[in-house]
Design a protein around this ligand. Sequence first.
Ligand SMILES: Cc1cc2nc3c(=O)[nH]c(=O)nc-3n(C[C@H](O)[C@H](O)[C@H](O)COP(=O)(O)O)c2cc1C
Length: 222
Amino acid sequence: MADAAAPPRTFVVGISGGSGAPYALRLIEVLLRAGARVEVVVSDAGRRVLQFETGVVGPGETVGARHLAPPPLRDRLVVHDLAAVESTPASGSARIDGVVLCPCSMGTVARVAHGFSTNLLERAADVALKEGRRLIVVPRETPLSAIHLRNMLALVEAGAVVLPAMPGFYHRPTTVAQLVDFVVARILDKLGVDHDLVERWHTPATGGDGSPWNEGEVIVDD
Ligand SMILES: Cc1cc2nc3c(=O)[nH]c(=O)nc-3n(C[C@H](O)[C@H](O)[C@H](O)COP(=O)(O)O)c2cc1C
Protein backbone atom coordinates (compact mmCIF):
# COMPACT_ATOMS: atom_id res chain seq x y z
CA MET A 1 0.00 0.00 0.00
CA ALA A 2 1.49 3.37 -1.01
CA ASP A 3 2.07 5.90 1.79
CA ALA A 4 -0.35 8.76 1.06
CA ALA A 5 2.13 11.29 2.48
CA ALA A 6 5.08 10.02 0.48
CA PRO A 7 5.91 11.77 -2.80
CA PRO A 8 5.24 9.63 -5.87
CA ARG A 9 8.13 7.53 -7.00
CA THR A 10 9.94 8.76 -10.09
CA PHE A 11 11.23 6.48 -12.80
CA VAL A 12 13.22 7.33 -15.90
CA VAL A 13 12.41 5.35 -19.05
CA GLY A 14 14.99 5.60 -21.80
CA ILE A 15 13.73 4.45 -25.20
CA SER A 16 16.63 3.63 -27.51
CA GLY A 17 16.64 2.14 -30.99
CA GLY A 18 16.29 -1.56 -30.22
CA SER A 19 13.18 -3.29 -31.48
CA GLY A 20 10.42 -3.44 -28.87
CA ALA A 21 8.80 0.00 -28.66
CA PRO A 22 5.50 -1.60 -27.47
CA TYR A 23 7.29 -2.68 -24.29
CA ALA A 24 8.16 0.97 -23.59
CA LEU A 25 4.62 2.22 -24.18
CA ARG A 26 3.13 -0.39 -21.91
CA LEU A 27 5.76 0.16 -19.22
CA ILE A 28 5.10 3.91 -19.20
CA GLU A 29 1.34 3.37 -19.03
CA VAL A 30 1.52 0.90 -16.15
CA LEU A 31 3.98 3.02 -14.16
CA LEU A 32 1.69 6.04 -14.53
CA ARG A 33 -1.38 4.01 -13.57
CA ALA A 34 0.55 2.85 -10.49
CA GLY A 35 0.84 6.50 -9.45
CA ALA A 36 4.50 7.03 -10.36
CA ARG A 37 6.06 10.00 -12.10
CA VAL A 38 7.75 9.02 -15.34
CA GLU A 39 10.51 10.92 -17.10
CA VAL A 40 11.14 9.73 -20.64
CA VAL A 41 14.15 10.21 -22.89
CA VAL A 42 14.04 8.94 -26.47
CA SER A 43 17.12 8.51 -28.67
CA ASP A 44 16.94 9.52 -32.33
CA ALA A 45 16.88 5.86 -33.37
CA GLY A 46 14.35 5.17 -30.60
CA ARG A 47 12.00 7.72 -32.15
CA ARG A 48 12.33 6.06 -35.55
CA VAL A 49 11.65 2.61 -34.14
CA LEU A 50 8.72 3.99 -32.14
CA GLN A 51 7.33 5.32 -35.41
CA PHE A 52 7.92 2.08 -37.35
CA GLU A 53 6.64 -0.25 -34.67
CA THR A 54 3.73 1.62 -33.12
CA GLY A 55 2.80 4.61 -35.28
CA VAL A 56 2.15 6.73 -32.18
CA VAL A 57 4.49 9.36 -33.58
CA GLY A 58 4.65 10.53 -37.19
CA PRO A 59 7.74 10.78 -39.42
CA GLY A 60 10.08 13.51 -38.19
CA GLU A 61 7.75 14.42 -35.30
CA THR A 62 9.29 15.19 -31.92
CA VAL A 63 8.07 12.75 -29.27
CA GLY A 64 6.01 14.44 -26.55
CA ALA A 65 3.87 13.33 -23.61
CA ARG A 66 0.80 13.40 -25.88
CA HIS A 67 2.25 10.51 -27.91
CA LEU A 68 2.94 8.33 -24.90
CA ALA A 69 -0.05 8.50 -22.56
CA PRO A 70 -3.73 9.59 -22.47
CA PRO A 71 -4.63 12.99 -20.91
CA PRO A 72 -5.36 12.03 -17.28
CA LEU A 73 -2.06 10.17 -16.97
CA ARG A 74 0.06 12.77 -18.76
CA ASP A 75 0.21 15.05 -15.72
CA ARG A 76 2.93 12.87 -14.23
CA LEU A 77 4.79 12.32 -17.51
CA VAL A 78 7.70 14.42 -18.73
CA VAL A 79 9.52 13.88 -22.01
CA HIS A 80 13.01 15.37 -22.04
CA ASP A 81 15.00 16.54 -25.00
CA LEU A 82 17.75 14.00 -25.74
CA ALA A 83 20.38 16.75 -25.66
CA ALA A 84 19.13 18.27 -22.39
CA VAL A 85 21.90 17.03 -20.10
CA GLU A 86 20.91 19.75 -17.63
CA SER A 87 17.64 17.84 -16.91
CA THR A 88 16.99 16.01 -13.64
CA PRO A 89 17.78 12.45 -14.89
CA ALA A 90 21.37 13.61 -15.47
CA SER A 91 21.84 14.59 -11.84
CA GLY A 92 23.11 12.48 -9.00
CA SER A 93 21.16 14.56 -6.48
CA ALA A 94 17.76 14.22 -8.20
CA ARG A 95 15.14 11.98 -6.59
CA ILE A 96 15.07 9.15 -9.11
CA ASP A 97 13.92 5.71 -7.97
CA GLY A 98 15.03 3.77 -11.01
CA VAL A 99 16.12 3.99 -14.63
CA VAL A 100 14.92 1.55 -17.29
CA LEU A 101 16.42 1.42 -20.77
CA CYS A 102 13.61 -0.23 -22.70
CA PRO A 103 14.15 -1.28 -25.39
CA CYS A 104 17.92 -1.00 -25.31
CA SER A 105 19.94 -1.17 -28.51
CA MET A 106 23.33 -2.82 -28.55
CA GLY A 107 24.82 0.59 -29.29
CA THR A 108 23.40 2.01 -26.07
CA VAL A 109 24.40 -1.14 -24.18
CA ALA A 110 27.96 -0.59 -25.39
CA ARG A 111 28.10 3.08 -24.53
CA VAL A 112 26.62 2.65 -21.05
CA ALA A 113 28.84 -0.38 -20.35
CA HIS A 114 31.88 1.77 -21.10
CA GLY A 115 30.77 4.94 -19.34
CA PHE A 116 30.63 6.81 -22.63
CA SER A 117 27.64 9.15 -22.29
CA THR A 118 26.78 11.09 -25.43
CA ASN A 119 23.24 12.19 -24.50
CA LEU A 120 20.73 12.43 -21.63
CA LEU A 121 19.56 8.81 -22.00
CA GLU A 122 23.07 7.41 -21.59
CA ARG A 123 23.92 9.94 -18.88
CA ALA A 124 20.85 8.90 -16.86
CA ALA A 125 22.05 5.30 -16.95
CA ASP A 126 25.61 6.31 -16.11
CA VAL A 127 24.40 8.31 -13.10
CA ALA A 128 22.19 5.42 -11.96
CA LEU A 129 25.25 3.17 -11.83
CA LYS A 130 27.44 5.65 -9.96
CA GLU A 131 24.66 6.48 -7.48
CA GLY A 132 23.65 2.87 -6.89
CA ARG A 133 20.17 3.51 -8.30
CA ARG A 134 18.27 0.65 -9.85
CA LEU A 135 19.24 0.41 -13.54
CA ILE A 136 17.35 -2.09 -15.67
CA VAL A 137 18.57 -2.66 -19.20
CA VAL A 138 16.18 -4.42 -21.57
CA PRO A 139 18.31 -5.41 -24.58
CA ARG A 140 16.93 -6.81 -27.82
CA GLU A 141 19.17 -8.41 -30.37
CA THR A 142 19.67 -11.85 -31.82
CA PRO A 143 22.04 -13.53 -32.28
CA LEU A 144 24.43 -11.95 -29.81
CA SER A 145 28.10 -11.38 -30.63
CA ALA A 146 30.91 -11.82 -28.12
CA ILE A 147 31.04 -8.01 -27.93
CA HIS A 148 27.35 -7.78 -27.02
CA LEU A 149 27.74 -10.47 -24.37
CA ARG A 150 30.86 -8.85 -22.86
CA ASN A 151 29.13 -5.49 -22.70
CA MET A 152 26.09 -6.96 -20.96
CA LEU A 153 28.37 -8.72 -18.46
CA ALA A 154 30.08 -5.40 -17.80
CA LEU A 155 26.69 -3.85 -17.05
CA VAL A 156 25.78 -6.59 -14.58
CA GLU A 157 29.20 -6.30 -12.94
CA ALA A 158 28.60 -2.56 -12.55
CA GLY A 159 25.30 -3.20 -10.78
CA ALA A 160 22.70 -3.12 -13.56
CA VAL A 161 19.97 -5.70 -14.08
CA VAL A 162 20.07 -7.03 -17.63
CA LEU A 163 16.54 -8.16 -18.38
CA PRO A 164 16.36 -9.25 -22.02
CA ALA A 165 13.11 -8.82 -23.93
CA MET A 166 12.55 -12.59 -23.90
CA PRO A 167 8.94 -13.44 -23.07
CA GLY A 168 8.26 -16.94 -21.80
CA PHE A 169 5.53 -19.19 -23.15
CA TYR A 170 4.58 -21.17 -20.07
CA HIS A 171 1.51 -19.00 -19.56
CA ARG A 172 0.34 -20.08 -23.01
CA PRO A 173 0.00 -16.55 -24.40
CA THR A 174 -2.42 -16.05 -27.27
CA THR A 175 -1.89 -12.34 -27.94
CA VAL A 176 1.03 -10.00 -28.54
CA ALA A 177 -0.23 -7.93 -25.59
CA GLN A 178 0.33 -10.90 -23.30
CA LEU A 179 3.90 -11.32 -24.56
CA VAL A 180 4.52 -7.62 -23.96
CA ASP A 181 3.04 -7.82 -20.47
CA PHE A 182 5.27 -10.77 -19.63
CA VAL A 183 8.39 -8.64 -20.10
CA VAL A 184 6.89 -5.51 -18.55
CA ALA A 185 5.83 -7.54 -15.50
CA ARG A 186 9.43 -8.63 -14.93
CA ILE A 187 10.61 -5.03 -15.19
CA LEU A 188 7.97 -3.92 -12.65
CA ASP A 189 9.03 -6.71 -10.30
CA LYS A 190 12.61 -5.43 -10.44
CA LEU A 191 11.41 -1.86 -9.77
CA GLY A 192 9.31 -3.02 -6.82
CA VAL A 193 6.08 -1.79 -8.43
CA ASP A 194 2.99 -3.91 -7.69
CA HIS A 195 1.04 -5.18 -10.68
CA ASP A 196 -1.29 -7.90 -11.83
CA LEU A 197 -0.19 -8.07 -15.47
CA VAL A 198 0.70 -11.74 -15.38
CA GLU A 199 -0.47 -14.50 -13.11
CA ARG A 200 2.42 -15.50 -10.90
CA TRP A 201 3.82 -18.96 -11.25
CA HIS A 202 2.75 -21.53 -8.73
CA THR A 203 3.46 -25.20 -8.33
CA PRO A 204 1.50 -26.95 -11.07
CA ALA A 205 -1.10 -29.53 -10.09
CA THR A 206 -0.14 -32.96 -11.35
CA GLY A 207 -2.19 -35.91 -12.41
CA GLY A 208 -5.25 -34.16 -13.82
CA ASP A 209 -6.66 -35.16 -17.17
CA GLY A 210 -4.67 -33.53 -19.95
CA SER A 211 -2.18 -32.02 -17.50
CA PRO A 212 1.18 -31.42 -19.15
CA TRP A 213 2.73 -32.24 -15.76
CA ASN A 214 2.04 -35.98 -15.72
CA GLU A 215 5.71 -36.75 -15.43
CA GLY A 216 6.68 -40.11 -16.84
CA GLU A 217 3.53 -40.57 -18.86
CA VAL A 218 3.93 -40.70 -22.58
CA ILE A 219 0.78 -39.64 -24.38
CA VAL A 220 0.57 -41.28 -27.77
CA ASP A 221 -2.01 -39.80 -30.06
CA ASP A 222 -3.04 -42.49 -32.50
C1 LIG B 1 13.14 -1.00 -37.09
C2 LIG B 1 14.49 -1.09 -36.43
C3 LIG B 1 14.72 -2.09 -35.51
C4 LIG B 1 15.97 -2.18 -34.87
N1 LIG B 1 16.15 -3.17 -33.96
C5 LIG B 1 17.31 -3.23 -33.27
C6 LIG B 1 17.48 -4.20 -32.25
O1 LIG B 1 16.58 -5.01 -31.95
N2 LIG B 1 18.63 -4.17 -31.55
C7 LIG B 1 19.65 -3.26 -31.81
O2 LIG B 1 20.66 -3.29 -31.12
N3 LIG B 1 19.51 -2.36 -32.81
C8 LIG B 1 18.37 -2.30 -33.54
N4 LIG B 1 18.22 -1.38 -34.52
C9 LIG B 1 19.36 -0.52 -34.87
C10 LIG B 1 19.54 0.66 -33.90
O3 LIG B 1 18.38 1.47 -33.91
C11 LIG B 1 20.78 1.45 -34.31
O4 LIG B 1 21.96 0.69 -34.05
C12 LIG B 1 20.89 2.79 -33.64
O5 LIG B 1 22.09 3.43 -34.05
C13 LIG B 1 20.86 2.69 -32.14
O6 LIG B 1 21.00 4.01 -31.62
P1 LIG B 1 20.69 4.32 -30.09
O7 LIG B 1 21.46 3.33 -29.30
O8 LIG B 1 21.22 5.73 -29.92
O9 LIG B 1 19.23 4.28 -29.90
C14 LIG B 1 16.99 -1.25 -35.18
C15 LIG B 1 16.74 -0.23 -36.10
C16 LIG B 1 15.51 -0.17 -36.72
C17 LIG B 1 15.25 0.93 -37.71
